[in-house]
Write a protein that binds this ligand. Structure first.
Ligand code: NAP
Length: 404
């Protein structure tokens, strides 16, 4: 077992105690997952070896989920997998197929809920040379903190015409004096003080640790006052009650407060935010948002810098971090060694930074950027670039390693 050659990552409060040979579990993923993993792990190993002069090495430990788990254990998400992620504190995964039908929920959503990974973190920045649809993609450099467990994603909904929907409609009319058309589907949108505050708290800690200057609360509180509006109010409460010495709100600056050396906390209505990421890109630094806004906003921001193939992501809770590709399994390319592995590679860089191995993360990001600048890219980027050299997934990994 590779496992026995490594040491567990420990935690002392908020601090990770990372040995020189940490065991890190990985889920290869379905479809193109194995192509991507085989390329990514070589990049990770090379970066760690180079950054720490061969003094450190990750001991990778495969855990099962998705189709491979179903074939070997007859379960889509074995409980050993969930336990292993808990025990090892971090894990990295490729994309997983969401089985259609049969009452099986998305494995990704299940992992987030079971492990209480309440923040979905997506850094979006431009890698020089990547084809992008806007004139100044380099102005985009944001980190999005999306609430991951509540909102309309809580899964509390009833289909039109069911007894349950009829019961809720009847209750609303009888007890609340509200009229809802009888032929309606019903969904519930819970947004809690606990869920909102812990997300904004994590975002502000991240801003402090990483020298970020602005945190924007993105909400639709003008319409949904007691959910999205409350998210905004609770966000400001966390900022001004728990981080008072380090933050200034936008409103305080209107009354003369200086933002010098402080994190500026402001808020924007979601629809205006979608305009402003395009028109005033450079003004924004970090976003904290409820679940649905965050889902839309992270893909829109990623598109602006060249698409999901380049966007890393992490799901983080108080105990555990799960780093993952932001795209799906792209099954038509499975086993063909052509897919772009950048999303998993950059998620690995995020994981190293999360563990305090920033030197390995820097190696990965710099080498990947250099490779794209040299126009050595996989098919998806090659088809948008003039004069590109189209590489296989494995060759792209070779080129990144050569550039370290
Ligand atoms: P998808 O797998 O993301 O693929 C859609 C298209 O996006 C691909 O055909 C390809 O476009 C492009 N693409 C995706 N990843 C790419 C990469 N790494 N490099 C280059 N191009 C890439 O979306 P889908 O077909 O809707 O979903 C397939 C399965 O993935 C479903 O079972 C879905 O549930 C699952 N899924 C999983 C996750 C996750 O695990 N986090 C997320 C989303 C979806 P071209 O054909 O134009 O080249």
């Amino acid at each position: 077992m590779p496992h026995s050659a490594g040491t567990l990552i420990a935690r002392d409060g908020d601090r990770f105690l990372v040995p020189d040979n940490p065991i890190v579990p990985f889920i290869q993923g379905d479809g193109t997952g194995p192509d991507i993993w085989c390329a990514s792990v070589r990049v990770f190993d090379a970066a760690v070896a180079k950054a720490f002069d061969n003094a450190r090495r990750v001991v990778w430990f495969e855990i099962l989920a998705g189709e491979k788990a179903k074939a070997q254990t007859n379960e889509w998400l074995p409980k050993e997998t969930i336990e292993a992620i808990r025990t090892h504190k971090v894990a990295i995964k490729g994309p997983l197929t969401t089985p259609v039908g049969g009452g099986i929920r998305s494995l990704n959503v299940t992992l987030r809920q079971v492990l209480d990974l309440y923040a979905c973190i997506r850094p979006v920045r431009y890698f020089d040379g990547t084809p992008a649809p806007v004139r100044h993609p380099e102005q985009m450099n944001v980190v999005i903190f999306r609430e991951n467990t509540e909102d309309v994603y809580a899964g509390i909904e009833w289909a039109c015409g069911t007894d349950e929907a009829a019961k809720v409609i009847e209750f609303l009319e009888r007890e609340m004096g509200q009229t809802v058309r009888p032929d309606s589907g019903i969904g519930i949108k819970p947004i809690s003080l606990t869920g909102s505050k812990r997300l904004v708290r994590m975002a502000l800690r991240y801003a402090q640790a990483n020298g970020r200057e602005t945190l924007t609360l993105v909400h639709k509180g003008n319409i949904m006052k007691f959910t999205e509006g409350a998210f905004r109010d609770w966000g400001y409460e966390v900022a001004t009650e728990e981080f008072r010495d380090d933050v200034v709100t936008e409103e305080e600056t209107w009354h003369g407060a200086s933002r010098e050396g402080k994190i500026l906390v402001n808020d924007r209505i979601a629809d205006s935010m979608f305009q402003q990421v395009l028109t005033r890109t450079a003004d924004y630094d970090m976003f904290a948002t409820p679940n649905l806004n965050g889902d839309y906003l992270s893909d829109a921001c990623a598109a602006q810098v060249g698409g999901l193939g380049m966007a890393p992501g992490a799901n983080i809770g108080d105990e555990v971090g799960l780093f993952e590709a932001t795209h799906g399994t792209a099954p038509k390319y499975a086993g063909k060694d052509v897919i772009n592995p950048s999303s998993v590679i950059l998620s690995g860089a995020m994981m190293f930074r999360h563990l305090g191995w920033g030197a390995a993360a820097d190696r990965i990001e710099t080498a990947l950027e250099r490779t794209v600048q040299q126009k050595k890219v996989t098919y998806d980027l090659a088809r948008q670039m003039d004069g590109a050299t189209k590489l296989r997934t494995s060759e792209f990994a070779d080129a990144i390693i050569a550039n370290m």
